[in-house]
Ligand binder design. Structure first.
Ligand SMILES: NC(=O)c1ccc[n+]([C@@H]2O[C@H](COP(=O)([O-])OP(=O)(O)OC[C@H]3O[C@@H](n4cnc5c(N)ncnc54)[C@H](O)[C@@H]3O)[C@@H](O)[C@H]2O)c1
Length: 666
């Protein structure tokens, strides 16, 4: 059968042959054995409902084995044997072009060159799932291939509930991931309900089909490092000869060394998993690989003397590096951490003192003892970091819940007031006040033709739009525009594409809209050879409520509410998005964040012109309005300016209180 026929067939009538375990690719760690006997039976009944009863006698014992061996039922036998990657859109079967674009994006999220654990349908972050199992994938692709522009596909945590009649103006897909009744959102709830097959951790762009490989995080990390450099230096903010120490060479964290090179510093990244370290080294995302602490210390000292721009992977535990460098007086200018602490007990964080293998065994055989090891290690790591910061290191949390988990582990990480942490999150210090409060966030696009020349054309269009905007831009956003022009001009040379022909840059509502209009025009004229998918990371101005990350620089108490993210997904859905998504979890962990995103297909039509302007405007300004109501100065300036530019916008503005008035009232 051709690829198109296989997609249209959905779940095959005849059982495919079982697939032997592939030791060559990275696999999700075995999950906790958390279900009772009765619950295990329920998990099996849940899995078997995708298949004709005539197959159950073969599949039931096979799925029971998967549950025992992996802690989840992935239905490995049903993984299709065609090559998984973002094909040019015309190679997909579809009646709705926009549904075709969604298929491109799904296959990109599962491409083995892109996905962290492709056989377990995990794109990044250890548990960021596209689907829970291969039956859901097959059914979803079949629905997308057969649906029309008068239908909408509703997905519940990877499960395609079905196609419902709607209208051409409605989104083609509505996606929820991990949405729980609030009291059922603990880490163990995820383990249990995911094992039952009724929910999944969609992370941010994994379960919403908007991942573009590590490029997104390279860009975000570059911007963060450039601004961190400006914070620690009294002169021009140059990072030449400055040392940045961090950890993790996984899905997202693997971007750090490349970003460090673009920003111009010496980057050291510790990684316990040799497969992850070697993969990034072979991909040339990190320059050197060292596995001895003494050799590492020598190399760093030499690089500092020569002011080299270099990135070094250290195969070993990050705790050992912080401690060794503290003991040997090796100065760190910038420090962070990008282990997967949103998932601390199931393979996101490897404690010091245990080998990688022993840790993987212990987290399954003795989860309580493993938890203790993780906590002990976080206490050690914090205490070593504290020694460095006492000498002047600027340490920031990079959105992986390091501060939160270290505090829960009892580490010495709280500030004097016992409420705030000793260290800022990068959103509090950098991203929030410099980017989000001015509407700047991770706008991205994918050329569905799959042609690198289309991407190059869009790069040129975006550069020229940003340069035009720069000419009359207010002073507050000129640095942002300049950084992003520099980024996009260097994008081709930096070879950032892994998977689909995608690009990211930070822009505000005006920039996003003008760039998108230029692309839609180019699709209409035939300058681009296929539609362009617009989207963004959920880690943005408006899409995400997350008190320890995206909304950590909101100080009116509302950082613990999730109204903004919910308004955003509803608002985007009726203003023109081709698909929308809303997730529990993502970045900092299950129960800690609600985040949403969208996809919008630029098909060259006049309707797309209208939709993109309407939707992108709301998608950014919703967050600016909320940030302004929280009395964030930058956001107040930005939304006031937007009201002048757009007379239809009327936002409730806050009045400020004289704090002296409040001092003796209680
Ligand atoms: N700041 C942001 O914008 C942003 C973006 C994406 C992800 N994140 C967060 O960053 C974290 C990492 O994401 P990821 O996709 O790279 O996850 P990942 O699981 O793919 O990678 C984390 C890596 O850390 C390694 N590791 C774990 N403990 C270690 C230790 N003690 N010492 C050395 N290495 C260790 C693991 O082996 C793994 O390779 C997640 O919590 C994620 O949510 C932040």
């Amino acid at each position: 059968m051709s690829f198109k026929e296989v997609v249209l067939a959905g779940i095959p009538e005849q059982l495919p042959e079982p697939i032997p375990y592939d030791g060559q690719v990275s696999h999700a760690p075995k999950r906790k054995d958390i279900l009772t006997l009765e619950e295990k039976k329920l998990a099996l009944r849940n899995a078997l409902r995708y298949f004709d009863a005539k197959h159950h006698s073969i599949l039931a014992p096979e799925f029971a084995r998967e549950l025992k061996d992996f802690g989840r039922i992935y239905m490995h036998r049903f993984k299709p044997d065609y090559k998984m990657y973002a094909r040019p859109i015309n190679e997909y079967p579809f009646k709705s072009l926009h549904a075709g674009a969604i298929m491109v994006m799904i296959q990109n999220n599962l491409d083995p060159a892109v996905a962290q654990h492709p056989n377990e349908l995990i794109t990044y972050g250890g548990n960021g799932a596209v689907f829970q199992n291969w039956a859901q994938y097959l059914l979803t692709m079949q629905y997308l291939a057969s649906m029309t522009d008068e239908q909408t596909l509703h997905l519940y945590s990877g499960h395609p509930m079905g196609l419902f009649p709607s209208s051409k103006e409605a989104p083609r897909a509505v996606i929820t991931n991990g949405m729980m009744i609030p009291n059922y959102s603990s880490q163990d709830d995820w383990e249990k309900f995911n094992a039952l097959g009724v929910t999944q951790y969609g992370q941010m762009t994994a379960g919403s089909f908007m991942y573009i490989g590590p490029q997104g995080i390279v860009h975000g990390t570059t911007i963060t490092l450039l601004n961190a450099g400006r914070k620690i230096s009294s002169d021009d903010g140059s990072l030449a000869g400055k040392v940045f120490l961090t950890s993790g060479l996984g899905g997202m964290s693997g971007a750090q060394p490349k970003a460090g090179n673009i920003a111009g510093c010496i980057t050291i990244v510790a990684e316990v998993n040799i497969k992850a370290a070697t993969k990034r080294h072979e991909q040339a995302w990190v320059d050197e690989l060292i596995d001895d602490l003494e050799a590492l210390a020598k190399r760093v000292t030499q690089a500092r003397e020569r002011k080299e721009v270099v990135s070094i992977a250290f195969h070993g535990n990050i705790v050992d590096v912080w401690e060794y460098f503290a003991a040997h007086n090796i100065y760190i200018d910038l420090g962070s951490d990008q282990t997967s602490l949103h998932n601390p007990w199931a393979g996101g964080y490897y404690p010091a003192g245990l080998s990688f293998k022993d840790a993987n065994e212990m987290m399954v055989s003795d989860p309580e003892a493993f938890k203790k090891e993780v906590k002990k290690s976080l206490v050690r790591q914090t205490s070593a970091i504290n020694k460095h910061t006492a000498r002047g290191t600027y340490f920031f949390d990079y959105g992986n819940a390091f501060l939160l988990e270290a505090s829960r582990a009892g580490a010495d990480i709280m500030a004097g007031d016992g409420v705030l942490f000793r260290y800022p999150s990068y959103v509090q210090d950098i991203m929030g006040p410099i980017c989000f409060d001015f509407g700047f966030g991770p706008f991205r696009w994918v050329c569905t033709s799959g042609l690198p020349e289309d991407l190059a054309k869009t790069d040129k269009l975006a550069t020229s739009v940003l340069k035009d905007i720069m000419q009359n831009s207010p002073v507050e956003i000129q640095q942002q525009l300049a950084d992003n022009i520099r980024w996009i001009e260097g994008a081709q040379e930096n070879k950032l594409v892994v998977g689909s022909q995608a690009r990211i840059l930070y822009a505000d509502a005006e920039g996003r809209s003008k760039i998108a209009l230029a692309f839609n025009e180019a699709v209409r004229n035939g300058d681009l050879q296929g539609p362009v998918v617009l989207g963004r990371d959920h880690h943005d101005v408006s899409g995400t409520d997350s008190p320890f990350r995206e909304t950590s620089n909101i100080y009116d108490g509302s950082q613990f509410t999730a109204d903004m993210a919910i308004h955003n997904v509803i608002g985007d859905s009726f203003r023109g998005a081709s698909w929308v998504s809303i997730h529990n979890g993502g970045g900092v962990g299950w129960g800690e964040v609600i985040n949403g995103g969208f996809g919008l297909v630029l098909d060259g039509t006049v309707e797309a012109d209208h939709k993109l302007q309407n939707m992108l405007f709301y998608d950014v300004n919703n967050g600016l309005a909320r940030r302004s109501w929280a009395r964030n100065e930058g956001a107040e300036i930005s939304i006031e300016k937007e009201m002048v530019r757009s007379p239809g916008l009327k936002i409730t503005m806050p009045n400020h209180t004289d704090n002296n008035l409040l001092d003796n009232l209680f």
